[in-house]
Ligand binder design. Structure first.
Ligand SMILES: Cc1ncc(COP(=O)(O)O)c(C=O)c1O
Length: 483
């Protein structure tokens, strides 16, 4: 049976179900499979022509033991997860006219119109499936830069085995993203609008870690997380790399490039693991905005935390690319002692500098770039004017990196991931296009619908967040479950 271990090496191996329901490993590390399955070119060839859901079934079957989830159960969870997506292909690809062999992978056709729907549709439904059959309850707690929160809330809403506590930095997400969380009326959804967060959502993550570190609280509330620290998110996100590859190649076996707008490195970690499994990806591009945390890792060998810069691609205003530690585990031959030492060093000092040798190993097949706001806005404008195609600011960051790295990337086909729908960022789109009236492409019926509901939210200052959150969670627990 495939087991899961912590990348810090400090706890016993567990089965898939435990890894998913725990979220974090008990030593504070990230769960990883003991071995990564390998895919041959022949296998890839056989998968050509599969639908997204069929392909997901094949890939996830490599990670999930049938004794834990039978083939029929896995199919059922997948079918439920992707039923609310608006496009039959789930993630359609759009070929650009003004770039050579460049495809935009539209990952935003789920119910909350960002790529977070892709991972969370599956993960939340899976968690709920496991809990229902054990008749157990979990309190999920996530911090969000505006997309994980809505997707978590949507998929948890009304599920009696789950409560979802969703924390967001009030001033740093758009009103549209906020309403996606606050307009849900189901009593198990608890949005927390936090004012005065010094480091945005990263600060909220730090508070969540403190709650996790309190064993009595964690046990009483049955705390877990579906942030991309959860293996289920990363695993599910490997699928769109395989799917996109199989859609665009002329011949299975040829190499392509993929660019990913990145913050916490969850999505990109999935791409890196897909490559380790055997998918022919020549370059993966870490596309940052001016916060540049991954660009510093790849170009300077420095994992460091700098003051938050508020940008037009706000969902990737993320300081700590936490999933990089997961990727390193695979690249450095499962050297968990070394990874633990680095994670501890970063915790203590806010900085780790990697040796030339380590950097050379993790850098292989990676390029990086940091887009300025000016470049992002100009590119949205350019592509809309030239192609009548509207990118959101995160898709634009992804394409901007490819424009900047054209020479290094070479002639291979290129997929740029577009991770959110422009309708989530109407003010930025108006600014980019220099218009007062939004074009149709920057609107979405779900955003309009959310405006017709009242909002339900806990308002909280950052200075009192930890005690206030504890108190709200305990009260809810006593009222609904604790009697
Ligand atoms: C729209 C959008 N793009 C990209 C990202 C970055 O993804 P990751 O944190 O997996 O790097 C996020 C969220 O973090 C997002 O909301």
């Amino acid at each position: 049976m495939l087991k899961y271990v912590s990348n810090k090496g400090g706890c016993a191996a567990v089965d898939f179900e435990t890894a998913i329901l725990d979220g974090f490993a008990s030593d504070g590390g990230l769960y990883v499979p003991e071995t990564l399955p390998k895919i041959s070119i022949e296998q890839l060839e056989q998968w050509r022509g599969l639908s997204y859901v069929e392909l997901a079934f094949e890939i996830l079957s490599l990670f999930i033991d049938r004794t834990i989830l039978s083939a029929a159960e896995l199919k059922e969870v997948l079918a439920t997860a992707y039923a609310p997506f608006e496009k039959q292909q789930i993630i359609p690809l759009h070929k650009l006219k003004t770039r050579n062999e460049t495809y935009i992978m539209e990952l935003f056709h789920g119910p909350t119109i960002s790529f977070k729907d892709i991972g969370l549709a599956f993960l939340v439904n899976l968690v709920n499936y496991f809990l229902s059959r054990k008749n157990q309850h979990l309190s999920l707690i996530v911090a969000t830069t505006g997309d994980t929160g809505p997707a978590t809330a949507y998929f948890c809403a009304g599920k009696s085995n789950l409560d979802a506590w969703v924390l967001y930095p009030k001033e740093l997400i758009t009103p549209e993203q906020e309403r996606q969380m606050t307009s849900l009326q189901q009593p198990n959804i608890h949005p927390f609008a936090v004012t005065g967060c010094p480091d945005g959502a990263d600060t909220l993550d730090a508070v969540i870690s403190k709650l996790y570190a309190d064993p009595a609280f964690k046990e009483t509330l049955k705390l877990s997380s579906v942030n991309s620290i959860n293996w289920g998110r990363v695993m599910m996100q490997t699928v769109h790399y395989f799917y996109g590859y199989l859609q665009v190649v002329d011949k299975v076996g040829e190499s392509i490039n993929v660019s990913v707008p990145s913050g916490g490195f969850g999505n990109l970690c999935a791409g890196a693991l897909a490559r380790e499994m055997g998918l022919p990806l020549k370059h993966l591009v870490a596309a940052n905005n001016e916060n540049g945390s991954l660009d510093r890792i790849f170009s300077r060998g420095e994992f460091s935390k700098q003051p938050l810069i508020s940008t037009v691609s706000s969902a990737i205003d993320i300081l700590i690319p936490f999933n990089f530690w997961r990727y390193l585990y695979f690249i450095l031959d499962a050297d968990s002692q070394q990874i633990k030492a680095w994670m501890d060093e970063f915790q203590a000092t806010g900085k780790v500098t990697f040796s030339e040798e380590v950097r050379e190993r993790y850098q292989r097949g990676f390029l990086s770039n940091s887009a300025t706001d000016q470049q992002t806005l100009a590119l949205i404008n350019e592509i809309y004017a030239a192609e009548d195609y509207l990118l959101d600011p995160h898709g634009a960051v992804s394409l901007q990196a490819c424009d900047a790295l054209q020479v290094e990337l070479g002639p291979e086909k290129l997929i740029c991931l577009a991770t959110a729908h422009p309708a989530k960022f109407p003010l930025i789109i108006k600014q980019a296009l220099n218009v007062d009236q939004l074009p149709q492409a920057a609107t979405h019926h779900s955003i309009e619908r959310d405006k017709t509901f009242c909002q339900k939210v806990h308002l909280c200052e950052y200075a009192i967040l930890e005690p206030a959150l504890r108190s709200a969670m305990l009260t809810n627990w006593e009222l609904t479950k604790g009697q």
